[in-house]
Write a protein that binds this ligand. Sequence first.
Ligand code: NAD
Length: 256
Amino acid sequence: MPVALVTGGGGGIGAAVCARLAADGHAVVVADLDLDAAERVAKDVGGTAVCADVADPAGNADMVAWALDLHGSLDLLVLAAGIQSDVPPDPGLDVVRYRRALGVNVDGVVFGVDAALPALARSAGQVVAVASLAALGPEQANPVYALTKAAVVGYVRALSTPLAARGVRINALCPGFTDTPFLGITGRLLRKQKMPLLAPDEVAAAVAGVAAGDGTGEVWALVPGRPAYPYAFAELPASLRSDGTEAALKPFLSAK
Ligand SMILES: NC(=O)c1ccc[n+]([C@@H]2O[C@H](COP(=O)([O-])OP(=O)(O)OC[C@H]3O[C@@H](n4cnc5c(N)ncnc54)[C@H](O)[C@@H]3O)[C@@H](O)[C@H]2O)c1
């Protein structure tokens, strides 16, 4: 039975991913800062729960060690833990909130991959990082959040080649607004404007679809009413030398 570890698995999208992966035949380890929530989800999906703060390297090491102690291997790491930045684009940056947003949304991805890589390399496993449409949009009301998710997209694209050398795949999914507690008051505003929202189950299905593919370094976008699709980034123009000849930036600057 393949083994999946899901961060942020105690709520919202992560909980839906746990349910979907369990239904698809994975043994699921539910990692969350909120242990009670993780235990509730684990009970529902027949998995196990572990308390982990993804902003902390030790938390990531512990959750991977827990999964390995329990199951002996790890095939799929889904990085769904994330927070709203709550840093308004006004003068007087709230440095504590800014650092926390980067800690959870960016460090949580970097530390999570780092902790799981040896196990994933042994199983030819993979990572799916839940970024956001805010990275591709970008979300102007929430620049720090957009910054963190753009960082995830850049990291996944850049990391895919070195990970491929170890037989590990990594992809990102960028969902649009999804109906979870994460949206807070924005959810009410969006509903008032009759803006369609994704259901967590739809995002979970897209995560499962990305995991079932064979690509790497891909960034999948997902909006309500449409199937997930691989987002196409524009190619960079070649540099021009002083003699007018072109110097291709590939392979120095390319996801592939
Ligand atoms: N809801 C949306 O509209 C939306 C859209 C695009 C992307 N996303 C992204 O999807 C992911 C999940 O969002 P959601 O809507 O399910 O949010 P949510 O708030 O419903 O759930 C997030 C879960 O992550 C956990 N968590 C928070 N900080 C943590 C930490 N430091 N360590 C471990 N767990 C932690 C929470 O306890 C919670 O269970 C996030 O990365 C978010 O940025 C959400």
